[in-house]
Design a protein around this ligand. Structure first.
Ligand SMILES: C[S@@+](CC[C@H](N)C(=O)[O-])C[C@H]1O[C@@H](n2cnc3c(N)ncnc32)[C@H](O)[C@@H]1O
Length: 321
């Protein structure tokens, strides 16, 4: 069996013909895309978007236009996937392919699309690729992907971290953010709830760094104070900048389905680099993730502020140079 990406199989088997242009939503990488003409990629996750641009593709955080065909790669949020399928279908004149793993919910999306139009399916590598001729999809699929106020009154959209409600870890950290002074950075700021809690009267400037473009757009709607700036960026690759007095963070603990403590470790090193010599990092982490040694390696003083069943809160000050 070929090791090519799953979405290539229908082309290799002559079941689908390439079109003169192609929209590709949310690819994780460029694998298999170089053989197609006029590829437009929609990818809002900064590190992936920049890697795809580096590979020579046109990348947008929100694609528009008309395309000969479309390929929708799944994320882990069903509502986001339904909205992407509906958008892709509305922008396409030919075939729409949907590619995803079982763990991303490909089966239930296949079932949903089958109720609307006729679909062809192939299975490979714990997942499926299915395709159909572009057809109108339910308006509610599109609507469910839009920004809207969540139950805490903040604007979010499906696919963002904890889009439905305030994250439990962030809620634990919030009481420790009172009275912050000077320049404050939030690393992995999401749709901005934690930063909003930290924005007291003595904060001179606050910068929200976040990799997911749509989350940055939501944060802009949630924090309209003129002291706040927004950076669509990869925290693991930030350029040098004016140092901060305080960094706050609820760092990501995975990019895939399994825990990847390496990302949090990278966030801790990034915080140490961004801070003034006497600056402080206030962070919350999942309890089982081993960040103590990294914090002690990067800061002169490390204190555990609180531990619960699920989380640990740390204050680390005076980064080592
Ligand atoms: C655990 S969430 C915390 C979000 C928000 N601060 C909150 O408390 O709800 C971590 C955030 O980091 C973002 N993220 C993941 N990798 C990133 C990276 N390399 N650079 C910047 N942000 C990243 C994710 O998109 C997510 O919004």
């Amino acid at each position: 069996m070929s090791n090519d990406p799953r979405f290539l199989i229908p082309f290799e088997q002559g079941l689908v013909e390439p079109a003169e242009s192609m929209l590709v939503i949310r690819p994780a990488d460029a694998m298999g895309l170089s053989g197609f003409e006029n590829v437009t990629i929609e990818q809002g996750f900064y590190p992936t978007a920049k890697a795809l641009e580096g590979a020579g593709f046109a990348v947008s955080s929100h694609a528009e236009g008309r395309f000969g065909m479309a390929l929708v790669n799944l994320t882990r949020a069903k509502a986001e996937n339904l909205a992407n399928i509906a958008r892709a279908s509305a922008m396409t004149d030919g075939v729409v392919l949907v590619n995803g793993a079982k763990t991303e919910g490909i089966e239930s999306l296949l079932k949903a699309v089958k109720k609307i139009t006729s679909v062809t399916v192939l299975s490979k590598a714990h997942g499926k690729v299915f395709w159909f001729d572009a057809a109108p999809m339910p308006a509610e699929w599109l609507a469910a992907g839009e920004m809207a106020a969540n139950k805490d009154g903040f604007i979010t959209a499906p696919g963002m971290f904890s889009s439905g409600k305030v994250d439990g870890g962030s809620a634990l950290l919030a009481p420790h953010l009172e009275g912050l002074k000077g320049r404050v950075a939030d690393l992995g700021a999401g749709w901005g709830w934690l930063a909003a809690q930290a924005l007291g009267p003595d904060v001179l400037e606050m910068v929200l760094f976040e990799a997911e473009h749509k989350a940055v757009e939501a944060a802009k709607l949630n924090l309209t104070d003129e002291r706040v700036r927004f950076e669509w960026a990869d925290v693991l690759a930030l350029p040098k900048q004016l140092p901060f007095d305080v960094v706050i963070s609820n760092p990501p603990f995975h990019q895939s389905r399994t825990a990847e403590p390496g990302i949090g470790v990278g966030f801790i090193h990034a915080a140490a680099k961004l801070l003034k010599p006497k600056g402080r990092l206030l962070m919350v982490a999942n309890r089982q993730l081993p960040y103590e040694r990294t914090l002690e390696g990067a800061f002169r003083k490390v204190e555990m502020l609180r531990q619960t069943n699920g989380f640990k809160l740390f204050e680390a000050s005076s980064p080592k140079r």
